[in-house]
Design a protein around this ligand. Structure first.
Ligand SMILES: C[S@@+](CC[C@H](N)C(=O)[O-])C[C@H]1O[C@@H](n2cnc3c(N)ncnc32)[C@H](O)[C@@H]1O
Length: 317
């Protein structure tokens, strides 16, 4: 069967990295949004994180997806247009493609070159499946290309990427997904659960140092792409579970007093000062269902693994 693959580049980040760095480093509590982790190297490092023994979510989510595929099939049927914001390596969707026989698959990601190659691999491995890849920043829009078929839609948002938003932002994002789906559309979403801090702290501090390299990659981008005179070796990775706020926090900690120069700007960092780079909020099932409902998505079914480490929710717009 002949295969269809199209690529739509919405040029999500060329100018925005520099302005995000200037805005983020100008704040009293310095921070840069996590979407800037993902250039091609960042995406590869994230794929490596997913292979670390301490980082439990991917294996558990994949096993859960495999276990419940038939139930999902009975609830969704076939022939839906599957949209995956933040598809990355697009590995988890592979579990669902043959059983759900979508009319087309639309992987979307901010990391263009990485998306190009993962979309091409999907098109090679599933030649019957039209693939329409969209390079876009999904915090702004979820654009469906004109070339995509019409019909019932389903969004797939695994990997607990929803946890990178604050709960308020997560609600807005879910509302945007609901609007993209149209009434009756479905969202299958993977969400990390609240659990003892030692499991969470280990997951974001793998012994091989891959999460640290991923976090520090942001500084490589700031040095190489934005041309700031920053030395990644002057920073260290810090990740911990903030029990009060129910979130993992990742920071880059300045090892010394230093000044970063970027165009006409200068940013002073004290020894021990942080640049906050990521949050990963964890949700109990009740908390997440409440959030989804507030966004106008009705719970259809949800599933947890035996140890209740990770959850998948099917929601209807
Ligand atoms: C945590 S990874 C999850 C990848 C994959 N969904 C999974 O479950 O393994 C987040 C993915 O979302 C992408 N991403 C992050 N922020 C984004 C944004 N604002 N717009 C589009 N893609 C984004 C990253 O490039 C990365 O591929």
């Amino acid at each position: 069967m002949s295969k269809t693959i199209t690529f739509h580049d919405h040029h999500p980040q060329i100018q925005s990295l520099k302005s995000a760095v200037i805005a983020g480093l100008s704040k009293p509590n310095k921070s840069i949004p996590p979407k800037y982790f993902y250039d091609e190297r960042g995406s590869k490092l994230f794929a490596e994180i997913c292979e670390q023994p301490e980082y439990y979510p991917p294996n558990i989510e994949r096993a859960l997806l495999s276990k419940i595929t038939e139930e999902i099939f009975h609830l969704t049927g076939t022939n839906r247009l599957i949209i995956e914001p933040g598809a990355g390596s697009a590995t988890k969707i592979r579990i669902l493609l043959d059983p759900l026989k979508p009319s087309a698959y639309l992987p979307m990601d901010i990391s263009c070159e990485y998306l190009r190659s993962s979309a091409a691999e999907i098109a090679d491995d599933f030649p019957w499946l039209p693939v329409h890849a969209v390079c876009v920043d999904f915090t702004h829009s979820i654009p469906l290309p004109d070339t995509a078929p019409k019909g019932h839609r389903m969004a797939f948002f695994p990997g607990s990427s929803i946890g990178n938003f604050t709960p308020h932002e997560a609600r807005s994002f879910l509302e945007m997904v609901r609007q993209t789906l149209s009434p009756g559309g479905l969202l299958l979403i993977g969400v990390d659960t609240k659990k003892p801090a030692d499991i969470l702290n280990a997951a974001y501090n793998d012994a091989a140092g891959i999460t640290a390299a991923f976090n520090l990659n942001l500084l490589h981008r700031i040095r190489d792409e934005v041309k700031a005179d920053c030395n990644p070796e002057n920073f260290e990775h810090l990740a911990f579970y903030n029990q009060t706020l129910g979130r993992i926090e990742m920071h880059l900690i300045s090892r010394c007093r230093q000044t970063l120069h970027l165009s006409d700007y200068q940013f002073q960092l004290e020894e021990g000062e942080s640049i906050h780079t990521e949050n990963s909020y964890k949700y109990t099932p009740d908390e997440f269902i409440d959030l989804a409902t507030q966004a106008g998505l009705q719970p259809v079914q949800h599933w947890l693994d035996d140890q209740k480490l990770f959850a998948l929710y099917l929601l209807q717009a």
